[in-house]
Each structure stands twice: as C-alpha cells, then as structure tokens.
Design a protein around this ligand. Structure first.
Ligand code: MF3
Ligand code: CO
Ligand code: CO
Length: 262
C-alpha cells in the first residue's frame, strides 16, 4: 500500500516474503562472488561471474540498462565511492573493492554490498573498511517502529567522524521493493529525532559510504563513476532491511561469513 503523503510503500507479510527471497539470492550472489576475488582478476570477470550466477538462479541483474548503466554490478575500487563500472582494471595487492549487487527475483529487488581487501592492505585502509562495516551495523541497530530516519544517519555519522572519517552526502540509502529506488531517501548523516518516522512494513537499504578524507564526490566523464574529490579511499557496506513489529530484519542475510571482507 502506498502512503498518500510520502510515497512510501508499506509491505504486507506476503509482499515481504517475495522481497526476502530476492534478497536471499542477492546475498548468496555476493557471497559466491567474494570467493573468486584475487589479485589479477579484472572487474569485468567479477561482473561476468555475478551476472551468470544471477541468471542461473532465476534472477535478473537490476543495474544492467538501469538508466543506461552498462553492466550487471558495480565494482568500486579504492577512491571510487560507488557506481564503478566493471572493465579491464585488474585487482592488485593492497586494493579495496566494493562489490554492489542488486537482483530482481519474481519482480522484487534485493540490494547488498560489501568492501573486500585484496591481499595485504595498509592499516589505514583496514581501519576505514572496518569503520564502514561498523557504521552499517550501528545504522541497522537504530531501526524500529517509531524511530526516525535521522536516528540512523546520526548513529552512522557520529561513528565515522569519531574515527576521523567522513560520510558521503551525495548518495543515500533508499526504499526498495518492486522498485529499485523507492521512497524514502535514507541519508547516512543527520540529527537524532529528525526525519520520517519508521513504521512496520517499510523496507529500505542502509548503505553508508565512508571516506578517508573529504566527503566531497565528483563523477567521472562516464557519467557514473563517483570518486572522492581528494583521491583518498572510500569504503561502503549495504544491506536491505525491513522494519518489523519490534525492530529490524536484515533481508540480505549471508549464509556464512564473507571471505576477504575485513
Ligand atoms: N546498487 C546501487 C545502490 O545501492 C545502485 C546502482 S545503480 C547502477 O543503490 F545503475 F549504477 F547500477
Ligand atoms: Co542501494
Ligand atoms: Co547497492
């Protein structure tokens, strides 16, 4: 049902079951893709693996042709914040790479991402990745009926800035369901007690992008790739969640611990 005032679609238990299935496949695709990551692999090869895995399991890669996006997943390496386009770039020792997978299954979207370390990364990169992971968990911990969107953003921003990092402003989490990007927008910064009130049946992503230096972004000439304005590192983690009676259900659950993600 669509709320007339906000455009937010509240999902029924039956609809939630469809979303859950899509999200499980999306998470499984990321889990399997994580296992092939290695030095020398190109981002195109990662794209191909995730694309094939998705099709083999009855899904459709949502990014492919979405507003003209040319590939099936996003691969964002080092200073790329998000929407990195898979290509000839080869992974090398010390890189960090976010892999963002969105899958449509029976009309429902799942959206998940994680940042992985290739070989041995610098202590600074490790700290950034770890903080970004914690930011997502702290954001998720705020989700329950009656809480506000600002509570999520504030928890994330506080943790990032306490660790000397910054939060990207230009890209936010989003409602999700039959649509890839639905209302509401979910900022990863903000003030406690401000913003839309959460209610049972809302489904959205939380996907903080945390930068080593400035939060400012710029988009490359390909019209997609968002990089840090200062060339410093950026890390991101994303889950799709549902507001439940008492709190939050993470829909993009992993069957086991992700490999290479530290
Ligand atoms: N998966 C991204 C998100 O988390 C969106 C990618 S849009 C694309 O919202 F077109 F770049 F694929
Ligand atoms: Co998303
Ligand atoms: Co995503």
């Amino acid at each position: 049902m669509a709320d007339v005032m906000t455009g937010v679609k509240i999902k029924s238990e039956r609809e939630l079951e469809g979303l859950r299935r899509a999200c499980r496949l999306t998470a499984a695709t990321l889990e399997e893709t994580a296992k092939i990551l290695d030095e020398g692999l190109t981002t195109n090869e990662i794209n191909r693996f995730a694309h094939e895995f998705t099709l083999q399991h009855g899904g459709i890669p949502a990014p492919l042709h979405y507003h003209g996006y040319p590939k099936s997943i996003c691969t964002s390496v080092n200073d790329v914040i998000c929407h990195g386009i898979p290509g000839k770039q080869m992974l090398k020792n010390g890189d960090i790479i976010n892999i963002d997978i969105t899958t449509i299954l029976d009309g429902w979207h799942g959206d998940v991402s994680a940042t992985f370390c290739i070989g041995t990364v610098s202590p600074a990169a490790r700290a950034l990745v770890e903080t970004a992971r914690e930011c997502l968990q702290l954001g998720i911990a705020e989700v329950k009926p009656g809480a506000r969107l600002g509570d999520i953003g504030a928890a994330i921003q506080q943790h990032a800035e306490r660790n000397t990092f910054s939060v990207v402003r230009d890209y936010v989490g989003h409602g999700i369901g039959r649509g890839f990007h639905e209302d509401p927008q979910v900022p990863h910064y903000g003030s406690p007690g401000r913003g839309m009130r959460l209610e049972k049946g809302m489904t959205f992503t939380i996907e903080p992008m945390i930068n080593e230096g400035t939060w400012q972004a710029r988009v490359l000439g390909d019209g997609w790739t968002a990089v840090t304005a200062d060339g410093a590192l950026s890390a991101q983690f994303e889950h799709t969640v549902a507001v439940t009676e008492n709190g939050c259900e993470v829909l993009t659950v992993f069957a086991s611990k992700l490999q290479n993600s530290e």
